[in-house]
Design a binder for this molecule. Sequence first.
Ligand code: SGN
Ligand code: CA
Length: 535
Amino acid sequence: MKPTPISIILGGLLLCLLSCKTEKKENSTKKPNIVFIMSDDHAYQAISAYDDRLIKTPNIDRIAKEGLLFTNATVTNSICAPSRAVILTGKHSHINGKIDNLSPFDTTNVTFPQLLQKAGYQTAMFGKLHFGNNPKGFDEFKILPGQGDYYNPRFITQKGDTTITGYVTDITTDLTLDWLKNRRKADKPFMLMYLHKAPHRSWMPAPRHYKEFTNNTYPLPATLFDDYATRETTAGPAEMNILKHMLLRYDLKITDDVLAELNIEERLGAGGINKLNPEQKAEWDKVYGPINEAFKNEYGKMNDSTLMVWKYQRYMQDYLGTIAAVDENVGRVLDYLDQEKLTENTLIVYTSDQGFYLGEHGWFDKRFMYDESFKTPLLIKWPNVITPGTTEDEMVQNLDFAQTFLEVAGVTAPEDMQGKSLVPLLKGEKEKWDREAVYYHYYEYPAEHAVKRQYGIATKKYKLIHFYYDVDVWELYDRAKDPQELNNVFNDSDYAEIAAEMKQKLSEIREKYKDSDALSNQYIQLYKDKGLIEE
Ligand code: SGN
Ligand code: CA
């Protein structure tokens, strides 16, 4: 039968209708998935893609090998819950209100997961959030209460609490994979937040790792014996020195009987060890028992310097042991995404809520604007967009995630978000990126570790910090000449011009981000109201 003009037109219309429809369907399923992997206190010094002197992390490194490694990623406020609030809201702490770990997160803030959920993404969160309230914008969450426990952790879920026997890093991954396998909807793009508690204090590895890592010896950082010269009233009084403030029992697993025998009194108990069940405790003692025995015999012969080194080694053994489990488990998730052919259309991020001191300046913990805690690891993989194996030294921040993810999902970001989408950098379009400086503001003081309130600005070349409460001290670092930040040159006449320029830039950036002394004072008043600062 010969086709009539009418049947050709009708046929054509039908074809168009069909193809228009399929095109629409494909487009909606083609939105990229987002997997945001974050651990807690993971120093970039402990990721082999950055530095392989301490540990090999082949699985985390895979993300950089197949994607992009940021060498200049920083946080805006180096402490847990505030960093998470910045990530979710795309706003600095002074705007989103979550200035410290103590204040509750204001859930009237708009977060990027809420916007993605509205735009048709399926959303889920597993692991550590640390807000004291539940996240909004998630179809499913299973989160640790507060800091959470390393062993036999309790999780808060939408169906009530559940306690799961085992090791937290493995369990967080099991929960994540269970969701991916059993509840992920194939017809929707997803955004998954997979958030490890490790390697947070008090650094308890899984048996398979403490058996191995407690035999290791690590190179000492160059600044382990920092005397805080030129930083006497800022770095000097911080209570996070490994020799003076790291605890033998709580942090380094020395037992009560050994401490009693050596006449050592300490403020904190054994922490997470009390959470071990009898079988776990028996395994633990097989390894930590002999360590205790050796310490008991050696302690009398130790001086400050040998005790510092002993503590540093014990710290590294346990801290890095917890990272070995993170790395293995990240591998499990990457493998699953590969197997299911999801990798191709998924953007994967690995980062930490901030950096951490691994003995630099003699320290553990974070909070300062000095590099090891100001910087944070950031590795991103996005097949077909990012050229595999690239590095990027532009200054990016945790402030930028929200707008990045919104752009990836094709959602317009709210005007009042303060970051910048990283998408141009992911695409290698550096010419579209112009950021000369980043801003920092830390508040939690007085508090544990005694790190004073400070705000500052960093350019690639210089860093200016103002410690404004309890002291009034300015510090300037020449980042190229003094990468270890041992020499505050603020009062050095050779740097007078640079100091003035940096001060000018700092006031401009404070204005841009809407921070001010008035706001700092309000946040000090908050501590007075709570009785944390005496009037
Ligand atoms: C706990 C730790 C501190 C740590 C804060 C904040 N003490 O209070 O060493 O600085 O968390 O960490 S501990 O005795 O409880 O281990 S954060 O990652 O949650 O910000
Ligand atoms: Ca943290």
